[in-house]
Design a protein around this ligand. Structure first.
Ligand SMILES: [Ca+2]
Length: 472
């Protein structure tokens, strides 16, 4: 039987008229298109049918589909363009009315402002934008993202490449690295590992205009305040005259030059180490290396200590004992059953100093005892895996080229939304997960361990599909 036309579609003409003058486009336009396609497919597929025969396409149906497609092209094309043009105009007004006065208060002259931001348009190619009126507060891809096994972070090929280039550059820049270590207390291998990770030792293409990137993100991203502050900081750098605005190239995230500093970090931590009077983290290797070391030193890097050690835990040590708020002396950990995987003793200098456990995959992978220097590395990038990665690459540059000794066991494939649901389940039972964000940080991992013990399960301290089912 033929379906009756959807009566809601009958008022279409008036909707077309009103939708041009107001409101976000997605709702009314998708409604209109649904109506047209519904009509087109009814005509095409449900046209006079005879029992036992397949639905037959009719000329009228095909032409209805073609008309609908034409309508899509005519309507949506200009509509999106118009929307972007409107956003672009709003962006230009915001730059003059909001950003320019803030910049002036921060000591930025009109001339500097115009050189950096005059005629700048939003960069629509930047990933994860949240345009005004889009009704999004987090980009869709983040909610749907696969929660990745920690192992995926440690790409063997990338580590091998960074290690071999790092070793070569350790020789080439030996004098500079020694001078940097003397001044800031950070070993060359660690500085090299960060330099390699951030910009492929300066070889990576970092071609974006920092002002355009930051202005776009300050105007329409999930963290507008952060990027607005960074935009003002970038203008202050240009104002200082130390580097020309054109030369301030950044990544898509607004991280600048070879050490990948945000502008506020540049203002606080960049240093001139080659003595030309300019802090040039785009072109100068000595400035780059010293700036990285200074950053770590300012975030508490302790000279003479390592970042951490791969260990094995005896069965008597619970995986719920991890976290920087559970620090003990290395000697105490050893007494409880925490040993280096290599079988070598911990260095004498570490024994009476504090350290804590980090188990990125719970009981399913390599385990680490880390010093406070690990948290200086995390200040560079707020991720345990990042800190482990650069610490590990540093070890490989300087020492044996061995990977982690304990293997990463396979873990269940989950979505971040699954992990978040499991975290909310733990929260409902009074556990601290450090925020239900779909990322199992140490608070989530050890709460899982506590829950597993309390519920008579084997302690793994890591999410799996069984836990998601039990806790969601
Ligand atoms: Ca310099």
């Amino acid at each position: 039987m033929m379906q009756q036309p959807n009566s809601a579609c009958l008022g279409l003409r008036s909707r077309v008229v009103t939708s041009h003058t107001s409101g976000p486009l997605a709702g009314p336009y998708s409604f209109i298109l649904r109506c047209f396609f519904a009509r087109a497919s009814r005509l095409a597929l449900l046209a006079p049918q005879h029992e036992g025969k397949k639905p037959r396409r009719t000329k009228e149906g095909l032409s209805a589909i073609l008309s609908a497609m034409l309508l899509v092209m005519l309507m949506v094309g200009p509509a999106l363009a118009q929307s972007r043009a409107e956003t672009d105009a709003q962006f230009a007004r915001w730059l003059t009315q909001t950003i320019k006065p803030l910049a002036a208060q921060a000591g930025v002259s009109d001339a500097t402002f115009t050189r950096a931001l005059g005629g700048v348009t939003p960069d629509w190619d930047i990933p994860g934008l949240v345009p005004p009126g889009s009704g999004q507060d987090t980009p869709r891809e983040q909610q749907q993202a696969e929660f990745r096994s920690p192992e995926r972070y440690f790409n063997a090929k990338s580590i091998a490449g960074l290690t071999s280039t790092g070793r070569r550059l350790a020789e080439r820049h030996a004098r500079t690295l020694k001078a940097v270590e003397q001044r800031y207390g950070v070993p060359g291998r660690i500085v090299l590992a960060i330099w390699g990770r951030e910009s492929g030792f300066g070889a990576a293409k970092i071609p974006h205009d920092v002002f355009r990137v930051l202005a776009t993100k300050a105007f329409m991203s999930t963290r507008p305040e952060l990027f607005q502050g960074e935009l003002i900081a970038a203008l202050q750098i240009a104002q200082s005259g130390e580097v020309s605005a054109d030369a301030m190239k950044s990544s898509w995230a607004g991280a600048m030059g070879q050490p990948q500093f945000l502008p506020s970090s540049y203002l606080k931590y960049a240093v001139d180490f080659d003595g030309d009077g300019r802090k040039d983290i785009w072109n100068s290797v000595p400035d780059t290396l010293a700036s990285i070391a200074n950053y770590l030193a300012q975030f508490g890097w302790q000279a003479g200590r390592d970042w951490g050690y791969e260990v094995v835990l005896a069965d008597t040590v619970s995986c719920a004992e991890e976290g920087p708020d559970k620090r003990r002396s290395v000697a105490e950990w050893e007494a409880q059953g925490v040993f280096r995987v290599t079988g070598r003793p911990f260095p004498q200098v570490e024994l009476n100093r504090e350290a804590n456990l980090v188990l990125p995959a719970g009981r399913n992978g390599p385990e680490f005892l880390v010093t406070p220097n690990f948290y200086a590395l995390k200040a560079y990038n707020e991720s345990d895996l990042y800190a482990l990665f650069v610490g590990h690459v540093g070890d490989r540059i300087a020492g044996s080229n061995a990977g982690f000794i304990t293997a990463w066991n396979p873990v269940d494939s989950l979505l971040r939304s699954d992990v978040a649901a499991m975290q909310r389940g733990l929260e409902r039972q009074g556990y601290d997960v450090g925020g239900a964000d779909g990322l199992p940080g140490f608070r989530t991992r050890r709460s899982i361990g506590d829950w597993q013990v309390k519920n008579g399960r084997a302690e793994t301290c890591f999410p799996d599909s069984g836990l998601v089912k039990a806790l969601r």
